[in-house]
Design a protein around this ligand. Sequence first.
Ligand code: GDP
Ligand code: MG
Ligand code: ZN
Length: 356
Amino acid sequence: MENRHPELNDLGWDVWFEQRVGCKPADTIARVAAVDRDQWLLVDQVGPFRAKPAGSYLHRHRLSHEMPCVGDWVCVEKQPGDDFGVIYALLERRTTLRRKSAGDAVEYQMIAANIDYVLIVQSCHVDFNLKRLERYLVMTREGGAEPYILLTKTDMVEPAVVSAQVAEIRAAGIATPVLTLSNVTQAGVEEFRRLLLPGKTYCFVGSSGVGKSTLINRLIGHEALETKAVSGTGEGRHTTVRRALMRLEGGALVIDNPGMREFGILDAEGGLGDSFSNIAALAPGCRYRNCSHTSESGCAVLAAVSSGEISRAHYQNYLKLRKESGFHQLSYAERRKKERDFGRYIKSAKGSLDDD
Ligand SMILES: Nc1nc2c(ncn2[C@@H]2O[C@H](COP(=O)(O)OP(=O)(O)O)[C@@H](O)[C@H]2O)c(=O)[nH]1
Ligand SMILES: [Mg+2]
Ligand SMILES: [Zn+2]
């Protein structure tokens, strides 16, 4: 079959999708560049624009993994010149990166779709963990993508520590390519860049703070992840969606901070879940039922921070991630739901990625 949409090749399109595309002739085909709660940022050959799934789509698709996620291809109805589209269909996913929802046999949490390579990032300095690495490898293989292991912050440890970690990976029978690099000295960064193929999609996963965004910014050549946000008004609410899917000069597509929609905290996969479960466990002791744990009197969380029961650093992390997840802009009901999801996330993370 011929590729009838070569103009989309730069975004990762190829004949595999061409064979499966079911859009109406008048539809635009676009790729999901970011999802933030109920805001979808799409990109087509012209550029980025905002969109929402059609009511009929939401009616027919109720499971969270049926919602378009970062990396998905969708059929969109959009008038020429419009900066807003309506999503009518989701194209079949070639690969997925997803985790099971806790206690749910049929529902998955999508992290990203149509990824060719997953870059599993761990820092040589304190973050390295073989068990967690193995879980990421399983998740990658199950979804059909190819993994790479990336060990960062080599500047912070002796070379012998790095070799020992690589040896540990090999001793565990893992044959996945391992790359080591430092964003500070740039050692290994060029080698990594040369690996990236045009038109292929790479998703960075790993704990918060291991250097994913720093590396991607470096590859892009400017502070794109901090600055390349698209603002707009979606049904009265003004929000900013940070693009997760980016195209590098060499033509590779990279995804940072995937899966922001559900919690905005998937970045926190490294063990922060545990400290959050501490905080969640204290919340019922707060005087006010909708306590934000920031300034209220009678807040059990703040009390635990003052007494040292919860470290200030963990509390700050909690606030930071909660802020990133857009927690404060939510209505009370949404907040309750998010807290429940958050609890479920912690449980599932414990059972899957955080079980060190
Ligand atoms: N020493 C050292 N610090 C790094 C390196 N890469 C990133 N950092 C720092 O680690 C922190 C977290 O980096 P960031 O890219 O935001 O991590 P992310 O959460 O994985 O996206 C920042 O302060 C970076 O400057 C590295 O290779 N070496
Ligand atoms: Mg980051
Ligand atoms: Zn409180």
